[in-house]
Design a binder for this molecule. Sequence first.
Ligand SMILES: Cc1cc2nc3c(=O)[nH]c(=O)nc-3n(C[C@H](O)[C@H](O)[C@H](O)COP(=O)(O)OP(=O)(O)OC[C@H]3O[C@@H](n4cnc5c(N)ncnc54)[C@H](O)[C@@H]3O)c2cc1C
Length: 503
Amino acid sequence: MPLRTKEEYVQSLRDSREVYYKGERIDDVTTHPATRGMIETQGELYDLQRDPEHRETLTYEEDGERYSVFYRRPESRDDLEARREASRLWMDYTCGVSGRAADFLASGVTGMAISHEHFDTGERDFGEHVLDYYEYCRENDVCLTHALVDPQIDRTEGSSFRLPDDGGDRPGVLRKVGEDDDGIVVSGARMLATLGPQAEEILVYPFGFYAPDEADQALAFAVPAAADGVRQICRPSLSGNDARNHPLSSRFDEMDSFVVFDEVHVPWERVFVDADPEVANGWRDTAYTNMALHQTSIKDLAKAEFAFGVAMMLAESTGVDEYFQVEAKLGEIATTIEQTRSCIVAGECQAAEFGDTGYVVPDGTSLSAVTSSFPDMYPRIIEIIRDVGGSGLIGVPAWEDLEAENPLGGDVETYFRGKDIDARERMGIQKLAFELAIGGMGGREELYERFYTGGPMRVKSNMYKNWEDKDALRRRVREYGLAGADRPRGGVESPAESTADDD
Ligand SMILES: Cc1cc2nc3c(=O)[nH]c(=O)nc-3n(C[C@H](O)[C@H](O)[C@H](O)COP(=O)(O)OP(=O)(O)OC[C@H]3O[C@@H](n4cnc5c(N)ncnc54)[C@H](O)[C@@H]3O)c2cc1C
């Protein structure tokens, strides 16, 4: 059944996966305090797909069967708008915080399927592998994570984000170390898999560029999170596990894990790029990029809007929203929101058929403008929340204090009220602001926004390198620069000419 329930998703995670937390292997990720919160949330998102109120938005029908809309290969601009609505619904449900909910990689895998021909090298049917994998994910409504970047260890050599292979027995770099009739064997490590312990499948694909002598690292494949030899090492949990006092981190902490591949066997049908730098280096030009960027931009919009709401109500709660300089700061956030929204709409308006596939993808350049600017804009939004909230962000009592017997409850009621707002209402806003701007999760989110697409420098440099109209621009500038004052003014008399005539 393609549309799964929360219960089915939860059951699927009760497998033999090796996930380690603070030195110990987690028995059951669905009940462990470090991982269970987001599993609950992802389960609820799945349940929304079956909810009659949201079914039309979140699913589509094909051959009498209903599937998640995130696995729909778009054939028109309308289909893209429908995807936007669906992702928006999921992202609003998580206040834009759970950016790696299942819609993200469902979009990516759908993009891979659109450009499956890219993977065909002639040696094996890698394009067919991609299509089969897409069908598997669509049929089972799979929740995926991805792990792309070499461990940091030493960034002084090798291409950016990549690590030179030290050639040791335990190579830092993930690479192919063997092959048999059934598939390939890989060893090494990749970071960072957001949602890794909470996902069913791990997708690995190329990040950066591979030289011919790095062919054994130029790989793309997928394995179950429970595959033999896969070990995930979690960061410390950021979840307060206290939904009342930690309303965001208790529910939306997508655990980040470091993934070790220890002689992992990948069957051929799950290998998409096999030691092939040329195909690997072309990854960025596949429809994966457009489809993934669409989802991440929608997430950014949902996140910025929620943060704006918090900033605005925080300012109103003490009346500082009346000051001109605070208004201007709130206006900055509103500007970010409108710019983000405009880029998404532009991406959809300028959507085009991807090659001769019959499928339509959003314009990558418009969406890249979001990815390029949001790493700067989001930290600014958080800075504004801190600025507007002041000590009110940190001096927030627990709900238990408000509900305690007097004198404590009375003290809280009296001294934590705001301008035209009682203590209960104000504390609700303050707790959200704390989570976004002060708490551990807020710090992680800020870092995430800076780095999740490769880091601000990389994204901006790509924006420059991939700018399509550079030659036309050069021509314009060159022509104007060389012609100088003699440049014809196209029917408008130049001041120099009119002066000469007068004489
Ligand atoms: C919260 C979070 C979640 C993430 N989730 C995922 C995920 O789910 N899947 C995934 O695959 N990845 C994930 N990532 C990793 C992300 O892709 C990387 O952070 C990103 O690609 C940058 O790599 P890095 O962190 O190793 O930084 P580095 O490459 O070590 O860069 C650190 C700094 O050094 C600079 N630098 C590095 N190399 C060079 C060089 N050669 N020349 C000049 N400057 C250089 C960079 O510009 C940067 O300022 C996540 C990251 C974060 C923070």
